[in-house]
Every structure is written in structure tokens, then in C-alpha cells.
Design a protein around this ligand. Structure first.
Ligand SMILES: NC(=O)c1ccc[n+]([C@@H]2O[C@H](COP(=O)([O-])OP(=O)(O)OC[C@H]3O[C@@H](n4cnc5c(N)ncnc54)[C@H](O)[C@@H]3O)[C@@H](O)[C@H]2O)c1
Length: 237
């Protein structure tokens, strides 16, 4: 399938690691012009690197201005920057500061990047955000993270309705083999998993499809990439 992404100006947040890095590589492989934004140094690829914290509005403004100055505009924005927070900690033992941090990065960060990127996106532009299956299902000890990803699903549809001619969708993967998942679960859980685990490249493929004009009818959607796990009812059959 031709994704028609060659030459497109793409901004990927959270591009130093995991899914964001896989997305940056995949867009570059399609011939796109890629700006990689992260708060930590980004591995050297062929794209433009911008260091910024997505929770700091002035840093987001400066970062997007520098990308637009280089590319002359933007066609695609991919929001991968995210944190998992104190996974495994019950809410009653979670500090207000930890709750605020998860919401600041995962929700406010996505909103700030969208707010300042939208004026530079043309009709036909596309925003793809990383939510999670945690917007829909949960395990104990993930309340702030689940709340933050539920908010990403809601802001995705709200933004799609508000914007004229710019599509907004999010991808909601189950567990993806990235530094975040390994830090939260431990290497052995990922390496010996008896449940399906996504590769970051597979998530990137979903992101590129949603970013591409070939998916032009898909707007305001949360694409659940969980191998059908959440589709199963409790009915004993
Ligand atoms: N790994 C999974 O199992 C999984 C599953 C579903 C959804 N997700 C989501 O996918 C996205 C990417 O996760 P990942 O697994 O690749 O994690 P990761 O930790 O490997 O990468 C996240 C990147 O975001 C960056 N980042 C964090 N806070 C930032 C900030 N304030 N400003 C700028 N950059 C910041 C980090 O520096 C890092 O490079 C996240 O939103 C995550 O919640 C991950």
C-alpha cells in the first residue's frame, strides 16, 4: 500500500524512545521530513531534533516554531510523549504530585502540542495520539494512568469535532515492548510473556496508516490494538 507520506512534514513527540522512536524511523523510511521532539536527547537519525518538555507551554511554542521554520509548515503530528507513573501503586498510596505528573504529561502535554501545532496544519492534516488500551480496561495500580489515557480518547474525538479538515485519531495498544513497559513490568515478564506483546514497529505501522491520506475517512476514532482481548465477554464459552 502506498501511504503517500513522502515529503510530508511530521512532528513526533516522545521520539527518543520506544513507540515514538519507531514512528520517527518509519516516517523517515517513507521519505517524510521528520522532527523528533523529546525532553531527553534523541538518538541520531536523519530528522530534525528538538529538545522540549511537552508540559511546558513556552518550550512547546518554541519547539513548534523551530520545526515550522525549518519545514515551512506541518502535515502530521504524532503525540507519543508519555509516562506511566507509579504503576502498581494503589491510588490511596499515590501522592498528589505523582497524579499531577501523569496527567500533566499524558493529557496537558498532548493538548499543548495540539494547541500550538493546529494553526500550522493544513486541510488534510492529521494528528495521531498515543492513548492506550488502559483507556478501556485496567489492572490494579494503574488508576492515574488509565484516567489519563481515557482523557486522550475523549480529547481525540473532541478535537476531531472542533477542527475543520484536520483528522484526529488515537491508537490504543495493549502492552508494547518498549523501555516503559520493561521498566514497569520487568524484562522477564516481557521476554517470557504468555500473552501477546506488540513490537513498537507494529504500533508505528498503525500510526502511519492513520497519518496517511489513505485513511481519510477515519476521524475521531480510538483504534484499539489489543489482539481482541477487550472484545471477549465474561460469558463462559
Ligand atoms: N509501552 C506500552 O506498553 C504502551 C502501551 C500503550 C500505550 N503506550 C503509550 O505510548 C506512548 C509511548 O510509550 P513508550 O512505551 O514508547 O514509552 P517510552 O518511555 O519508551 O518513551 C516515551 C518517551 O516520551 C518522552 N517523554 C516523557 N515525558 C516527556 C515530556 N514531558 N516531554 C517530552 N517528552 C517526554 C520520554 O523521554 C520518552 O522518550 C506513551 O504515551 C505510552 O503511554 C505505551
Amino acid at each position: 500500500m502506498r501511504l503517500e507520506l513522502a515529503g510530508r512534514a511530521v512532528l513526533v513527540t516522545g521520539a527518543a524512545s520506544g513507540i515514538g522512536l519507531a514512528c520517527a524511523r518509519a516516517f523517515l523510511a517513507e521519505g517524510a521530513r521528520v522532527a523528533m521532539l523529546d525532553r531527553v536527547p534523541v538518538p541520531v537519525l536523519d530528522g530534525l531534533v528538538v529538545q522540549a518538555d511537552v508540559t511546558d507551554e513556552s518550550q512547546v511554542v518554541d519547539a513548534i516554531a523551530s520545526v515550522v521554520a525549518r519545514f515551512g509548515g506541518l502535515d502530521v503530528v504524532v503525540g507519543c510523549a508519555g509516562v506511566s507513573g507509579p504503576v502498581g501503586t494503589p491510588l490511596v498510596e499515590t501522592s498528589a504530585a505523582d497524579i499531577a505528573k501523569v496527567l500533566a504529561v499524558n493529557v496537558t502535554g498532548q493538548l499543548l502540542v495540539a494547541k500550538h501545532a493546529v494553526p500550522h496544519l493544513p486541510v488534510g492534516g492529521s494528528i495521531v495520539l498515543l492513548a492506550s488500551d488502559s483507556a478501556f480496561v485496567s489492572a490494579p495500580g494503574m488508576v492515574p494512568y488509565c484516567a489519563s489515557k481515557g482523557a486522550v480518547v475523549a480529547l481525540t474525538s473532541a478535537l476531531a469535532v472542533e477542527l475543520d479538515g484536520i483528522r484526529v485519531n488515537c491508537v490504543c495498544p495493549s502492552i508494547v515492548d518498549t523501555p516503559m513497559a520493561r521498566a514497569d513490568l520487568g524484562d522477564h515478564v516481557i521476554d517470557e510473556a504468555d500473552f501477546p506483546v506488540l513490537a513498537a514497529d507494529e504500533v508505528a505501522a498503525h500510526v502511519l496508516y492513520l497519518a496517511s491520506p489513505v485513511s481519510r475517512s477515519i476521524n475521531g476514532q480510538a483504534v484499539l490494538a489489543d489482539f481482541g482481548v477487550s472484545a471477549r465477554s465474561g460469558f463462559p464459552a
